[in-house]
Design a protein around this ligand. Structure first.
Ligand SMILES: C[S@@+](CC[C@H](N)C(=O)[O-])C[C@H]1O[C@@H](n2cnc3c(N)ncnc32)[C@H](O)[C@@H]1O
Ligand SMILES: O=C(O)C(=O)C[C@]1(C(=O)O)C=C[C@@H](O)C=C1
Length: 254
């Protein structure tokens, strides 16, 4: 007797108004209230996010190797995970999404169930600093490393590099800061204008800025490049930039 699979229902999605009214200063956390509005928040906050996601599919298509593991570290609701899933055309790959926010992982399960690809995805509610990594061809850190304490970043990248097969890659997207104070000021202003154009008020922009100040620590492009090379990658290239948001490709030689 065949059992019919119930049609999965999409999780309720809301507009991000988390910082619209005055609130007591608190560090930003990926809790249930953020998870509920996250698709709207990240699209309206990160210039280029809606371009980067489909390009993760394109890059994965190029670098995923048969018989390997692919990891999305800090997968949130699975937007980057699903892009990787669609880029993998070999059912012999194993795809893992890792996030330490239970609220994100719970919702992510629904989005994975709604997606039409048949490639299995294993979700782990774990810290990316402890998660097991091996035999990797494509690993993605899409706006996640920036939330890892700076002193723990080198060890994580070295672990990713040593788990990566020859010819494999790391896709690293980050908010960056600039060496020149003047450029920092201009790019930050343009980013805030982007947010304003997407309907965020001055109060929302300034309250969000204070909330992320201690938890999202941007570094310069040069610092990222140097650390990726010391971690064990052989080539680092910038493939995307919009204002102070970038994405890099770090490649392990064949
Ligand atoms: C900006 S979001 C990532 C967005 C997602 N990659 C995408 O493309 O939509 C950052 C995510 O990283 C997760 N995160 C931050 N630090 C983490 C850690 N140490 N271990 C696991 N997940 C972490 C957060 O819970 C959050 O869901
Ligand atoms: O810099 C900002 O204003 C942001 O809101 C950026 C950012 C990010 O880059 O992850 C911060 C937290 C949320 O995850 C969404 C966007």
């Amino acid at each position: 007797m065949s059992k019919e699979r119930p049609t999965p229902t999409p999780p309720e999605q809301a507009t991000d108004r988390l910082f619209a009214t005055e609130r007591k200063p608190e560090d930003f956390r990926f809790d249930a209230s953020v998870a509920r509005v996250f698709p709207d928040m990240i699209r309206r906050s990160v210039p280029g996010y809606t371009t980067i996601i489909p390009m993760i599919e394109v890059i994965t298509e190029q670098y995923a190797q048969s018989g390997s593991n692919c990891y999305d570290l800090g997968c949130s609701l699975g937007a980057s995970t699903l892009a990787m899933r669609h880029g993998i055309d070999d059912n012999d790959c194993q795809l893992f999404g890792v996030d330490n926010s239970a609220a994100m992982i719970e919702r992510c399960e629904h989005y994975i169930a709604l997606d039409d690809s048949s490639l299995p995805v294993t979700l782990r509610c774990e810290d990316i600093l402890d998660t097991e990594l091996s035999n990797a061809s494509v690993t993605t850190l899409n706006f996640t490393l920036q939330f890892v304490p700076p002193e723990q970043r080198a060890e994580l990248l070295a672990r990713i590099a040593s788990a990566t097969r020859p010819g494999g890659v790391l896709i690293l997207s980050e908010k960056i800061r600039f060496e020149s104070e003047q450029e920092q000021e201009i790019q930050t202003r343009l980013h805030h204008e982007f947010k304003r154009a997407n309907g965020y008020s001055d109060l929302e922009i300034s309250q969000k800025r204070s909330a992320i100040e201690q938890v999202l620590i941007p570094e310069t492009l040069a610092a990222h490049r140097e650390r990726l090379l010391s971690a064990g990658f052989d080539q680092v290239m910038l493939w995307y930039q919009c204002f102070n948001f970038v994405s890099m490709l770090a490649i392990k030689a064949d």
